[in-house]
Design a protein around this ligand. Structure first.
Ligand SMILES: [Ca+2]
Ligand SMILES: [Ca+2]
Ligand SMILES: [Ca+2]
Length: 348
């Protein structure tokens, strides 16, 4: 998240898709209350007798909302360790305390900043999220038309059945990170190593595997002593993922900064893409959070080849750009909420 940015009037393009996830096998299966408008959209997309979601999904006792935060490893950033707007207590000096922080924030629809490039969070559900028609996961954040900080979604099925995310991560392709990723300037297996500041109040320095290096400077809006996660004991750590080309630019005049982070077409958290849910949805979602729908059918393997997955057990969101917007700090994906879309609308 960048800070201190003036906001332009918000708009959503008229061509915005309505990413409804599935048809209902019977209208009686709609357990949630919809507006007539939303129900009409669903009905219009359904063929008689069509059952889209089958298998998995869990029973009525399971929850649409994520169950737990399993990993939280942000990159350094201005919102890390921040006791003011970001809700850190100062006690997050262990992995367990950091997980508890992130879970508490997400549970209440508050942002968790993933810091700069590569920072990530992993959540699990109390059931397998089925790959039904259309979007399967709803992930919320705080994007605006001038502040898009894309995060890439990765999914995993618990193939070895041990309840842990130690299986294979598959990336969900987006508009700039599918099979033609190179044409968009996207880098796979991009890694950044972040180094602990060498003095109190110093900057975090970083090097990447593409010959780059830089610093994450502390800024006036976030005065905590260090932007390096307080619970990471190592002197440095490396984050690996897919890097999207940064689009941020300074549109300021007369010496005043005005940073713009334009949106990407679709497929990212914290981004005003065509896959964003209409904000007037009547789904029981936290207010003030903007949701994007993600389709498990967009899963690709390390070669960029599409993989068929019937469902997933773990979701990872990872900051996907390595960019600083001047004095308002690094671009960093926020995550505010994670839901099983089908479960939320009551399909199963
Ligand atoms: Ca954001
Ligand atoms: Ca799907
Ligand atoms: Ca496992």
């Amino acid at each position: 998240m960048v800070w201190g940015q003036r906001l332009k009037p918000l708009y959503v393009g008229s061509g915005t898709a309505v990413p409804f996830p599935t048809c209902f096998s019977t209208m009686a299966s709609m357990k949630r209350v919809f507006t007539a408008f939303a129900a009409a959209l669903v009905a219009a997309g359904c063929n008689s007798g069509e059952i889209i979601v089958s298998g998995g999904g869990g029973g009525a006792e399971t929850s649409a909302e994520f169950e737990s935060v399993i990993e939280f490893r942000p990159a350094p950033g201005q919102f890390i360790n921040d006791p003011y707007g970001s809700g850190y207590t100062g006690q997050e000096t262990t992995e367990a305390a950091a997980l508890a922080y992130a879970e508490r924030r997400l549970r209440s629809g508050m942002y968790v900043s993933l810091g700069g490039f590569g920072g990530y969070i992993v959540v699990g559900f109390d059931h397998r999220v089925a790959n039904g028609a259309g979007g399967d996961l709803l992930i919320g954040s705080n994007q605006t038309m001038t502040s898009n900080e894309p995060g890439i979604v990765w999914v995993m099925r618990d193939d070895n059945g041990n309840g842990l995310p130690d299986d294979v991560w598959y990336e969900l392709a987006g508009s700039d990170s599918g099979s033609d990723f190179a044409e968009h300037g996207t880098l796979r297996n991009y890694s950044v190593t972040y180094h602990r500041p060498t003095s109190a109040g110093g900057a975090v320095t970083w090097t990447d595997n593409a010959g780059g290096s830089g610093t994450l400077e502390r800024n006036k809006y976030h005065q905590q002593e260090s932007y390096f996660p307080a619970w990471i004991a190592d002197e440095s750590y490396t984050l690996v993922g897919t890097r999207l080309e940064a689009r941020n630019y300074d549109d300021g005049k007369d010496g005043e900064e005005y940073w713009i982070n334009p949106p990407y077409d679709w497929g990212y958290v914290d981004n005003m893409g065509s896959d964003m849910l209409p904000e007037d949805t009547s789904l029981p979602l936290p207010s003030g959070v903007r949701f994007v729908a993600f389709d498990i059918s967009n899963a690709i393997d390390a070669d960029g080849t599409r993989v068929n997955m019937d469902g997933i057990d773990f979701v990872k969101v990872q900051s996907a750009v390595n960019a600083v917007s001047g004095s308002i700090g690094e671009n960093s994906t926020e995550v505010m909420a994670v839901y099983d879309y089908h479960k939320l609308v009551g399909t199963y």
